[in-house]
Design a protein around this ligand. Sequence first.
Ligand code: PLP
Length: 356
Amino acid sequence: MSHMFIPGPVDVDPDVLAAQATPMIPHRSDEFNEFFRGTEAKLKKIFMTENRVFQPPATGSGMQEAGVRNLAQRDVLSCVNGAFSERWYQVAVTNGKQADRLDAPWGDIIPPDKLADALKKKAYEAVTIVHNETSTGVENPLKELAAVVHEVSPDTLVLVDAVSSLGGVKIETDAWGVDFILTSSQKCLALPPGMSFAAVTDRSLKKAETVENRGWYFDLLRLEKHRIKNSTPMTPAVSLIWALNAELDKILAEGLETRFTRHAAMAERVQSWALEHGMEPLAPEGYRSKTVSTIKNDRGMDIGALNKFLLSKGMRIANGYGDLKNKTFRIAHMGETQMHHVDELLAAFETFLEKM
Ligand code: PLP
């Protein structure tokens, strides 16, 4: 078996990879527009939204930039409990926003009551939340956090990064009142990197109308003007869109509920296996990611040696992120990864542990 258990890019199924080899067509053509309309319709199901879904060529970080740049003139509250929520804060600051931080230790969730307190102290135009912190393996309680924002500060927009969870975990975008939610192609959607997707509410676009210096590339109003015509202002990533269509059909054929259950089952398998082998997940129980398990290196393994061993069997996992390197390791179980892949990985891991 050859399989990667790193949190993106993940393995892409051969038929989806092959779809990219479909010949180019002009992106300003009825044929392309019809195709693009189709991928948006399928994406809406996965985003659980009736709102628009943008599909520009970019990565998730680009969409983080689009969010803060369009949806706040000045005041942003960034919830920070890991590397990618830290990045979103930095994106806000470097785009000239007045961003305040609500910090929680890496490995913890953003507590809803702390978010309520912060929102009572100042009127923010937008709050940024990373749903699934890929660095720590923590799933933030998004439904509760969004509900707090709506209750305490109804005019504040809820901006969510679901880069490592959307398509693998149920996120009820409309029902929970999420105004802007972004993801990247290379994680739970099991595509090559290079595309990003974001579902955006009408009230977000109304807000964007009042915001100056939205830029050009990520101007949501410009994207919307073209989306209505089933197109993008820039040249779309045509080959990736062929792959996207193939993968979206696969996801919808599996069924969303089945897909979410599969991800949860793989997480449960990895995390209980780790506990049985004397290694604890970093995240508290109840908030452990269903797509990437971040496990404490309680047995003092040489993670490099572990990966070398796994690589000899065609597999690889990820070391911890940033300061968590060697203190933790990460096993991703997302996209088209199946339970039999996980079983093979854990069997090889056990062999490594026995040899230690
Ligand atoms: N947000 C999260 C939660 C991520 O895990 C990542 C990448 O791993 C990013 C944002 C950045 O996404 P991209 O590399 O697609 O820009």
